[in-house]
Write a protein that binds this ligand. Sequence first.
Ligand code: KE4
Length: 441
Amino acid sequence: MSKTKHGAGKKSHAGLFERAKRSLAGGVNSPVRSFRSVGGDPVFVKRAKGCKIFSEDGRRLIDYCCSWGALILGHAPDVLIKPLKRALERGTSYGMPTAVETELAEMIVAAIPSIEQVRLTSSGTEAVMGAVRIARAYTGRDKVIKFEGSYHGHSDYLLVKAGSGASTLGIPDSLGVPQDFTKHTLVVPYNDLPQTQATVEKYAKEIAAMIVEPVAGNMGVVLPEPGFLAGLRKLCDAHGILLIFDEVITGFRLIYGGAQNYFGVTPDLTCLGKIIGGGMPMGAFGGRRDVMAMLAPLGGAYQAGTLSGNPVAVTAGIAALKCLARTRPYAKLARLAQELCAGFKQAAEASGTPVEINSIGSMFTVFFTERKVIDFKTAAAQNGALFRDVYHGLLERGVYFPPSPFEANFISTGHTKKDIRDTVRAFGAAIKGRCQTQVAF
Ligand code: KE4
């Protein structure tokens, strides 16, 4: 085994994956990491710092996955390491109230005015489950509208695939989810206000909530069309429906607060995750005090978690939010993203490859398509084969994108202008390399 500068030997990802598959189902703890969408063996990371991943096979990669958006401050930032070490020495979990949980809750409430009260969880899935449950408890209604192509975690009733464009009663998108569990889930195309209105009018008095990603990040980045979010707010107000913003990705990503503050549309409930945990397991849901009052032990809607508000995870979240509040890196991150996306566009045009790049703030997705991507249908029309080739072309040149065409890429405070230049160069070479061997699509 050859030596890397870190002293340990290089390990092949194929070998690590083969071994992982013996004891971990599919070799991973979350399916999208498996490289099923792009082919080949997943990258096994050994350590990471800033925007760089150091893989087990000895490579250094510029990371744009950033733990699926959690690491806006990059990997292992010093501002987190010191307080985390101190927190670990005080204990890893108590299952009892701590002052630090209250401190994180107060920071979230102060940053996002629509959140009058909050409940911390250990994942985004749990945050969404809690929010939908109290929305159903508060309204006494069962149905929930979600938008095709949006992902809100893996709770049964939200693993639902729409039919074609019309609103349909959801059908399960996963084995093991009884049809009965999704009969209250209505699915509508993202950005389709007329279709949403038709669905609301068809099921009005039965709908407890609408859950929406204010910027979709799970079909690739898809921005809300002008008036879409405000239109949802108006529909909810007219029919006594609660509006839930799933800000697990967008919370503290675009500005210090929620996308709701960026777009000026106020939901009744908000789900958070990722950034508020600073890379540790964390989720949260919160909103109007009268709705949160449904939650046990105050009200009859039960929700719980052994590690909810875990002191170590909370310490990471507090340190991350304090750093973001102090440094407000958002304009700088957005400029880096704009520079990167402009470089991608230029490189694609130079090779005659049509791309649509959707970006906002420090999140973006490159779609290999000629059509504007405004919903799941147009996102799914992208050239998957070309994505896969460019994906591996980038990887060979030291750039790590999330291993799926339906994900968001992220820039962190660990990325430098040099990293951006190097990435644009790698992208241009990856596209050129692919087009030389294949007919440009
Ligand atoms: P978690 O349960 O994975 O913490 O959060 C679920 C969730 C909820 N809402 C939104 C908008 C989300 O994006 C997510 C999770 N995001 C995916 C990637 N886009 C997590 C990656 C994975 O599943 O491994």
